[in-house]
Design a protein around this ligand. Structure first.
Ligand code: ADE
Length: 228
């Protein structure tokens, strides 16, 4: 599952440049029986299989260092966010535990530092979610992409990103907003801030709740509301 992720585009280049190192460990190799079992039926009965402590925790022991942050991927965890991506990008070593099973033996939770979910839906395993989180972290690392590329990211200033355009200036009768062609940096900055606010107000008003606005933002919000 990780092949495409590790060998494509920005992540591939980040690995080649030594910006990040990624290792995949298969805890099935730590299973003790000849079938290499890693899961078993739940105590108390019920559907499905439960991931056993021993293979996973034996594997974890071989890779954990003093610098490791151990994250369990699960729909029961804290919801991932851009803020969490920024915080995690400062960690030295992150271990993502990905179960491709219906549940973990509860005692596994005693060995993890955090439990993280990528949203309120259930995937067949934690692999995709660990890739989602790794991707969001790796692109923030110094040298992965141009630093200025993520300064305007959606969420980085608590707002959605403003609309972007590239050539041609007119396509199928729709023109790029004139201000963007003007070369007037201050007007462009102001237009972008206003459009960020407008877009956030319409699409994600929840992001504006409890936010402290600058004088300029308040004035722009008034203008947006007047014409809404
Ligand atoms: N594993 C299964 N579903 C998940 C989710 N929503 N987030 C993280 N890991 C998961």
């Amino acid at each position: 599952m990780f092949e495409g992720f590790l060998h494509t585009s920005i992540i591939k280049r980040a690995i080649e440049k030594g910006v990040v190192e990624v290792e995949i460990h298969d805890f099935r190799e730590f299973a003790l029986d000849r079938h290499k079992s890693v899961d078993d039926t739940p105590y108390g009965g019920g559907q499905g299989m439960v991931l056993m402590c021993q293979p996973l925790l034996d594997c974890l022991k071989t890779i954990t260092t003093d610098d490791s942050l151990v994250i369990l991927m699960s729909p029961q965890g804290q919801t991932f966010s851009q803020k969490m991506a920024v915080d995690l990008s400062n960690e030295k070593h992150i271990i993502f535990i990905c179960g491709h099973y219906e549940g973990f033996d509860e005692r596994i939770r005693d060995y993890v530092d955090m439990e993280v979910s990528i949203g309120d839906y259930v995937l067949t395993g934690g692999e995709l979610s660990s890739m989602v989180i790794s991707d969001a972290i790796i692109r923030l690392l110094h040298g992965a992409i141009r630093q200025s590329s993520h300064e305007d990211d959606s969420f980085s200033n608590g707002l959605l990103e403003y609309p972007q355009y590239t050539h041609p200036a007119e396509y199928d009768g729709t023109r790029v907003p004139e201000v963007l062609l003007s070369g007037h940096h201050e007007n462009i900055r102001k237009w972008r801030l206003k459009e960020s606010l407008r877009r956030t107000m319409i699409r994600r008003p929840d992001l504006l709740e409890g936010r402290t606005f600058t004088e300029e933002e308040l004035k722009l919000l008034e203008e947006i509301k007047e014409n809404y």
